[in-house]
Write a protein that binds this ligand. Sequence first.
Ligand code: GDP
Length: 497
Amino acid sequence: MGHVDHGKTSLLDALRSTNVADHESGGITQHIGAYQVTLASGQKVTFIDTPGHEAFTAMRARGAKVTDLVVLVVAANDSVMPQTIEAINHAKAAGVPIVVAINKIDVPGADPQKVRLDLLQHEVVVESMGGDVLDVEVSAKKRINLDKLIEAILLQAEVLDLKASPNRDAEGVVIEARMDKGRGSVATVLIQKGTLKVGDIFVSGNEWGRVRSLFNDRGQKVLKALPSEPVEVIGLQGTPSAGDDFIVVDTESRAREISAYRQRKARELLQVKTMSSAEHLLAQIKAGEIKELPVLIKGDVQGSVEALNGILSKIANNEVKVHVLHSGVGAINESDITLARASKAIVIGFNVRANPTAREMAKRDGVDIRYYSIIYDVADDMKKAVEGLLEPELREKILGYAEIRQVISVSKVGKVAGCMVKEGLVKRGAKVRILRDSVVVYTGQLSQLKRFKDDVKEVKEGFECGMSFENFDDLKVGDMVECYEMEEIAVKLTFDV
Ligand code: GDP
């Protein structure tokens, strides 16, 4: 895992071509999301090539522990970047040890020591700094120290004392699954226990199947797969999801029965209006079942994020304390939501908003996002939360979003925004916030709402309208107008209205 362009793919390719025996590397390589590298010693290491931390955390959210350790790739010329920090927090939340690969040491200006120092700030303490995290300086491009990286991985693996029996029915986890024209549903499964054989009957997520054929990461047909081997499985009745379990069972009738039961459960779950994560969390706190209130903080500037981090980390009573899983500057993104979902955390947006995709995901996954603009309010709410007393229903209700497409100067009135309602609706008299790159630049009231020349009460999604705002003129094309109402009892909780 690591920041984009720090060299994850290059490193994986270099490790693969260095270690895959010549006669094998000639074969057609297929992307199956995982590779196994055989070392000169005969030992094997499986690399899971998750496209991002989302995939990793999504798997964890489904209860799967997919990796035994995380190789954190940090470019020595760029050092620790936002996605590096995200990766660290995802790995920590999953309780997986980290091995640091300081990459691109061949680049002029590379500063591996700066990487170590920067990592220190995120509580990744490498050995030379007095910690126990292994780090290796590498160059994927010049193939420097790849053997040392493997050595570090093996050393860490030894410490973990990883064991699995091949002499039992197979169990594993789905890394990727898709519908393939011609082959039907295809799943890449990482075997975690036992041996998977052609002909085995299995259940995976809500689906079941019988292994018709198996392919390894080099696209070769194989008859069986051992623990920690990734294989493509053909013979599924439906397509499972990444992170689903994969369990061999005795008979087809048993497999059908389990998958039918799981499908029924899944339907029921969809029907029951699920509690949001925060509601669930607060109920558990009240019942004394959990000791930590996990939160994620995103803010507009480093100063307020640090201040919030400091204040919230100190909030605790005798039973429960606040645990800040991740904090950062910028809009709430998809990675934040996956992490929050997997860790059942509350997301705090301080003068920032969730981007549209993250908002959709949060809605779908029942992740609670709370928006604030006053530090005191956040502290106050979190104090209530550790008591299990925060009322989840006390909140603002977002009505919709409009995008400013045009800014027009009108004499006497001032600046007027020509907008397109992109989501929901906007309403006269409602409260609004103006977001520029997901950061709040104005909070106030809609003073005018017009369609063509007429004043109107509301404008729905897909329609254009004109807006002006009380005491605010600094409008820019591309700004988003967030329109919201406070629900009856919610007035005091989150906003300085
Ligand atoms: P990813 O986004 O983390 O998978 O990064 P990539 O593997 O795609 O690498 C991003 C860029 O960095 C590519 O242009 C690589 O050629 C380059 N790169 C990767 N590793 C090294 C390295 O060790 N040295 C140098 N000089 N360039 C590298």
